[in-house]
Write a protein that binds this ligand. Sequence first.
Ligand SMILES: [Zn+2]
Length: 350
Amino acid sequence: MSFVPPFCPSSTCAAHEKPERRWFKCNGHYKPKCRTVRVPRFRCLRCGRGFSRQTFRHDYRDHKPHANAATYLHLVSGVGLRQTARLVGLDVHSVQGKLRKMSRTCRRLHDNLSISLRADEFLLDEEETYENSSIRTVTMPVVMERRTWFVVATTAGPIRRLARAGSGRRRRQERDERKHGRRADTSRKCVRTTLEDLRRRLPDGARIQLYSDLKSSYVTLAKAVFGDAVAHLRTPGRAARNTANPLFPINTTLAMTRDNNGRLRRKSWLVSKKAVRLVEQMQLFVCYRNYVRTRFNSDPPGETPGRLLGLIERDLQAHEVLGWSQQWGRRSIHPTSLDGRRTHDMAVAS
Ligand SMILES: [Zn+2]
């Protein structure tokens, strides 16, 4: 199927917002060194800018674009950066560069696909990890939907968790603070960010049920973000961690994050040196969890959380997650569109 550009990629051009009929002309092809197929070129008849099919792709200007899908799949399968580099035949710095670019595309893809959620039961919990050294603790809150196990939002940031006074760990923490200053505690800010991320995706006036453990700050934060529109159901963290526990979906999802993201494995050398790198990794995981991986092992193939929530008509492959660039919001090309004609604002998921 031959590619049809949906709009002019220049944001200042009239054919960007409102492309009229016959706004571009075909302008030959070029043959890149990294591909066997020719790439069609175009010229905008309004602004005169030249562009190609590649302008609309995630791998625009990438070196070794054929390694992208395999790199992505290794990174969401618990493999570290160096081992991924060995397996896909790249330099470790190239893997780092690809990870950062993929994280941008994944964040935008998730935003473009989940602009509106039709669901009313959600779960919230935090995973505790650390950056660089185990004394520098980090929190990673996660908000997810209860029925489909769709991960709505996650982030990560430093927290200050002091060990018992007089312990060796506490002395190390005090030495660390004398050297680097008092450690920031962004727990409330991070939880609030994820709850606001959820609220943004809900229709106006939507009422929700939020499940969490007994942490008292969750009550005030949920009230601050949702007001009276939230019914907050709290379960003690010590309750048996079985399927009858209302927090079972999020307990299992957090276990899955440790399985799929090597840098969440404690006492391993994969642990993030900086919390911000963990946030980038989680963008990859969110797309994998929601749009690529089947919800449960017992579900029929293709039943991803995103499909079950009616956000997309089928599951995605890694090369589709990293297919079209998602930088134009809902006007970006939909990941299931082969010829580029269908954008998110035209897509109607079942
Ligand atoms: Zn133009």
